[in-house]
Design a protein around this ligand. Structure first.
Ligand code: PXP
Length: 236
């Protein structure tokens, strides 16, 4: 059975809208853990649009599960990761203009560079996962880099707009998970998963952890709204 890693980036998105201190990703992480999350994920982006450096240090100090630091494999981020020592880093491509991570890492194109970064992480006992498209050649390349885990990009599955397209994308994820398992890689997945589309992905053989953020934080904003309004009325 797959476990859940909760991505707390968008708690920071709400905080950054005002530039203050609330809501805090570390507080959200604690609630997620109390509710049963197996891990906490945060993406420290080059532009610091949501998670800030301090959040990563606080998460590392306060969570009791596993910290998965999502990051681009840049010298700046590698330095921070080696200082923080998260349980795992998930390497993702980053493009300044994007709203969110758009594609998987082009592993074959960047194989040498990734190998070097992964060696640094291994020397510091940090596990490495590569965020990849469900593409056999990319998965084989991921294995060659020395990564022990992959995270399958579920964005195309989540965005598929017709029944046959959903089935096709799900098939790609199943084949990719099986191939990765044969190569000895651990398999996680994420991006765009929500309350409507998560079940078939959770049922894929060899799937270990699903990293989910936006849909959980969106639902929390709505399911928590009634109590928040009542609390404010009580004060007024
Ligand atoms: N996994 C990776 C590698 C991501 O980049 C993201 C988005 O930051 C997620 C999972 C979570 O995606 P979502 O917020 O759509 O659940």
């Amino acid at each position: 059975m797959a476990t859940l890693g909760v991505n707390v980036d968008h708690i920071a998105t709400i905080r950054q809208a005002r530039g203050g201190i609330e809501p805090a990703p570390a507080h959200a992480a604690m609630i997620a853990e109390l509710a049963g999350a197996s891990g906490i994920t945060a993406h420290l982006r080059e532009d610091r649009r949501h998670i800030q450096d301090r959040d990563i240090y606080l998460l590392k100090q306060t969570i009791s599960t596993r910290l998965n630091l999502e990051m681009a494999p840049t010298p700046e981020m590698i330095k921070i990761a080696v200082d923080v020592l998260p349980y795992m880093v998930t390497l993702v491509p980053e493009n300044r203009q994007e709203r969110t991570t758009e594609g998987g890492l082009p592993v074959r194109e960047r194989e040498k560079e990734l190998q070097k970064a992964i060696e640094t992480f291994r020397n510091n006992n940090i596990l490495v996962s590569l965020f990849v498209s469900p593409d056999l050649n990319e998965i084989k390349a991921a294995k060659r880099t020395g990564a022990t885990h992959i995270e399958l990009h579920t964005g195309q599955y989540a965005n598929a707009s017709s029944g046959p397209a959903v089935t096709e994308e799900l098939g790609k994820l199943k084949d990719a998970a099986m191939a990765a398992n044969k190569l000895g890689l651990h398999v996680n997945a994420g991006h765009g998963l929500n309350y409507q589309n998560v079940s078939p992905v959770a049922e894929i053989n060899y799937m270990e952890e699903l990293n989910i953020g936006h849909s959980i934080i969106s639902r929390a904003a709505l399911t928590g709204l009634e109590l928040a309004v009542r609390d404010m009325i009580a004060l007024i």
